[in-house]
Design a protein. Sequence first.
Length: 208
Amino acid sequence: MDILLFGKSMILGLAVAAPLGPIGALCINRTLERGFWAGVSGGLGTALADAVYASLAAIGFAAFAATLSIVDAPLKLVGGLFMLWLGWKGLAPRPEKQAAQVSARDLFGTIAATFFLTITNPMTILAFAAIFAGLGLAEVPGFTNAAIVVVGVFVGSLSWWLALSGGVALARQRLPEGFARWVARVSGIVIILFGLYALVSFVWSVME
């Protein structure tokens, strides 16, 4: 198993999940109202949707690896620039998000509802495609590497929701004012660093 590839994928999955949007607000509310597992169920739906989109991007890269390897350098450039844009969005100040409206009261219903809310966001597949290009997946072709990336993204995303719900459950109160802003900034910085890594890889490949 490629530990480095898994680690990068896990960190990116966590960074993509961390900004507290409507699903994050829902997780916090459900945790306060019904406990830890009620909060995690909201995040689990999002983590599963992230894994589905990551799978689609990874399968595409794996299936066309021979062709994509020819344009590996431009892919890194495009992926790096897109990650810089995603990171910049995380750093920019944003108004507080309202919690997603989910009528389901049970755990499985909440998972299904948040999965649907996330999977219907078309920007998600573009984000994962750009991230995979920046990671240089075309350089490490094969469905095994694609599976490692997908599992890493899922584990990273789910880890965030477990940590968020666990922290709220232990504190038994809403998170401090400004917490969402700082989380978004840290997430944005992580994504920017990966974007810079992709751009450095692009420059290095051009100079070779």
